[in-house]
Design a protein around this ligand. Sequence first.
Ligand code: PEP
Ligand code: MN
Length: 239
Amino acid sequence: MNKVTIIAGPCSVESREQIIRIAKKLKELGVDYLRGGCFKPRTDPDTFQGLGELGLDYLIEAKEITGLPIVTELMTVEQVRKYARYIDIIQIGARNMYNYDLLKEVGKLDKPVLLKRGLSATYKEWLLACKYITNNGNNKVILCERGIRTFEGETRNTLDIEAVPYIKHNSNFKIYVDPSHASGKRYMIEPLSLAAVAAGCDGLEIEVHDEPDKAFTDKEQAITPDELSKIMKIINKYM
Ligand code: PEP
Ligand code: MN
């Protein structure tokens, strides 16, 4: 395990070959978890919606081949009942932070849940959402700051770095940062990752693709394995 946990992988699982190829590269770099979206909460219903169960099969195969544990988002209670057992960290996406039935369902599990901050959620709302999980018995909650809506339109969202010390000071949960969805821009991933680490985050979730320009989803924010390697080296040098 890296001192700052590194979750990396493509926004979406696109094919068997794609996820296995990327997983092998990430394994070489020493990342801790492989991410890949299978059930995708897309803003535009006419865009790629993820491979669903087939994508999860490919992600599980990538885990079997590389030994990397996997992180993926589940969007419904039914999906949690059916698939949670195969996944190492269940991601609850920003759009579902207020889906209380879903939170209660993952609360019944004995496995880590990565709860992303809602698009405009206050810290209080976010911590109350956590409580829906912990009240059902699951204390393995990790919070993930992924940028919030502000008046700024040049970046996808605005990374709220204050979330890191706030959550550390006011809760016992681990706090990860996702610079990819926060900025939506490749060139910001390195500086934002370093800022998050300097602020004291416990982990980073970063979108990585070996052919970023060909990514089916979120290609503007995908970095290459080489770029991730550089970020990890800087972090490891100073930690
Ligand atoms: C994701 O991590 O794939 C994702 C959709 O992120 P968010 O829920 O933060 O938008
Ligand atoms: Mn994405």
